[in-house]
Design a protein around this ligand. Sequence first.
Ligand code: HT7
Ligand code: ZN
Length: 853
Amino acid sequence: PPVIRREDYKAPDWLVPEIALDFRLDAERTEVTARLYVERNGDHDRPLVLDGEELDLLFASVDGDPVEVAPEGGRLILPLDGAKHVVETRVAIAPARNSQLMGLYASGGLLCTQCEAEGFRRITFFPDRPDILSRYAVRMEADKTLYPVLLSNGDPVANGEAGEGRHWAQWNDPFPKPCYLFALVAGDLACNADSFTTMSGREVRLGIWVREEDLPATRHAMAALRNSMAWDERVYGREYDLDVFNIVAVSDFNFGAMENKGLNIFNSRYILVDPDTATDLDYDAVEGVVAHEYFHNWSGNRVTCRDWFQLSLKEGLTVYRDQCFSADMGSEPVKRIEDVRLLRAGQFPEDAGPLAHPVRPESYMEISNFYTATVYNKGAEVIRMMAQILGPEGFRKGTDLYFARHDGQAVTCEDFVRAMEEGGGVDLTQFRLWYSQAGTPRVAATMIHDPEHRRVTLTLSQSIPDTPGQANKKPMVLPLRTALFDRQSGQRREERLLMLTGAEQSFTFEGMTSAPVLSINRGFSAPVIVDAPRTQDELAFLSAHDDDPFARYEAMQQLMVNALTEGVASGELETGAVIEAIRTSATDPSLDDAFVAEAIRLPSEAYIGDQMLVVDPQGIHDAREAMQQAIGAALEPLWRDLHQRTARPAFSLEAGDKGARKLRNVVLSYIAASGAEDAAALAFAQFDGAHNMTERQGALGVLANGMSAERERALAAFYDRYHGNALVLDKWFQTQALACHPDTVEIVRALGRHSDFTLTNPNRVRSLYGAFAANQWAFHSGGAGEGYRLLADLILALDPINPQTAARMVPPLGRWRRFDVERGGRMRAELERIVAQPKLSRDVMEQASKSLA
Ligand code: HT7
Ligand code: ZN
């Protein structure tokens, strides 16, 4: 497939300030008539080129005169003489046969659209690029019984009867927008209606549209929407601009949600929650994703991207905004811990592997492959560092300037950084490297104490690993919040924000009578890996005394990782220090339950593997299980006590109750690990008696890891109770795929043939195969590479149906260099089998071929 390069960007030859769309909707055959008001952009004689994909062209005219033209490679090329023309096309498309879920498609009786990144070209002929901003007028006509509700962007302006049981509606969007923000929904939907009064006193009608029976499960999403609107006004001064804001939930969706102007479309898993079917994590995800899509109205829609290389302009900024919102709505320290865990689980491995790319990529074959943890989550860390460097006031001045200067424009990451520099009054020249250099920087720290001069010298050096196409990188700006602790008194000396900008730099701290303990990268102020030699004893001290909650959590994690990796290497596991540190945290009355749950949980097998030169899945699994067992047994009375103390008579979303549920599940896993005879019965009792999904699924997960009779009973009971609810059934598939069970490969294979499994629903595919590939021990355990073959078979079967989702399953195989020769060879062989297939999609071809390189 051809490679698109950032350096080749050229301004569009033709602009389209206005477009009128007319849809004759039908699941089998929809006709789309598009009238484009086009204007020549600059002095040139190049033709108008309209992108198209799988469109059946019925008719075309220029200025009212029919033209005979046929698509070339999908595109319509129209030579035009004048400065302005009206180009009309009519096409037929088949939503019911659109299994890619890009463009206009059918989902559960609805018709809906997904246009980002390049789906609009599957609806009509158009220059499908984000720097063409148009005003849209949309008319839809459809069967009134099948599709009583007709929605699009902007404001509803008229509707009426169309005869023969059909009706129509007209929606106009006054804000010029790129075509990736176009949306349309037709269906039999019920509405949770509410309203919001903006800071200037305008009333906005809010609607969340779902199936009638799902209405009660939309309350949390509506509250999240209203909170997001108020938060964006208070924190960023951003007011909503239309009179209507609608959200629609659909079951078949390639991603989490989509920020279409005034008409967000959501994967139903990020809208529908109630205590019986959704976990606290699901509730938090709904809040976060609703906020994320809403915040895009300014960071993405009002100010959009010039080209897709600038994707992090809107995504990094919006993730940062949604992270801060969620932190404000709940616990800031716990949110930071969760976000860093996610970054380390998803982005660090990406940055260390064959698919590593900068936050602003330089090239791509298929843009859908670049909706990555690097663009989103590392991009958010880059914004967070700028916010830290500028301080709250400077950052707000920077964002105010950015929004004012670029409102209504399609711009670049460079434009954003320039606004930050001017607004905040700082020089970000070197900082810009965060956008162009891939790879996670490593910082090495050494500390020397000079008792005579009561001085500590901290020497920091940085290195950035080579990544595909990038070697010999320049030192970057690393803001590292650092503090030193006096070991005797437990007192912290003043915290400093150290700016590491050179390859190596020393920082001095005066007035240090004894050698202190180093607390570095507090709050995870820079997305880097720090190698700071600290004894287990020092880490235990920090895990009990550091006053930065993230640093405290981090010390505990490091303590555990050290014990586990040394255990894997030597075959002898030292558990004492970890057990004592856990006991200290779990009995510290000053800590809340949610934080304790994070602090005392062992790092995942995958994270432990990430710390090793060569991942040893079996050794890691054995060591982690042994550690879990030792902790479970040594502190069993404490766990039993906590399990009782965290029980609640009724469900509430109050922070204390959420924390208690989180801790209760961790505690249950320790009781189960202890080997106590009644552990399976206790887990089953929690499963069976739970008044909420958090505890029920937590207990199911614990049982799924074991071999007890209760395991089968619980899985059967869960299926019986919930098999009519697709989102909960996903949990049933996912729990089994994530289980540390010796037969997981066979279980996943069998579940792939289950009557409830389908390749056409991305949530179902991810819940089974996505979870399986994330289950390090199970995925890598089969001696003959059964797990790898299973995943490769899935990718090949899914590719013709939904190439985007298939391509997202490739990266686990791309980690082959991290494993021993035998495993790595088998993973490679599966990648080779994939690329050898004829008719592979561009999506899978790019991911698999780059993974082999
Ligand atoms: N901006 C949205 C991206 C998105 C997407 C991308 C590719 C394929 C399907 C998609 N659905 C939504 C999501 C967001 O970041 O808000
Ligand atoms: Zn986004």
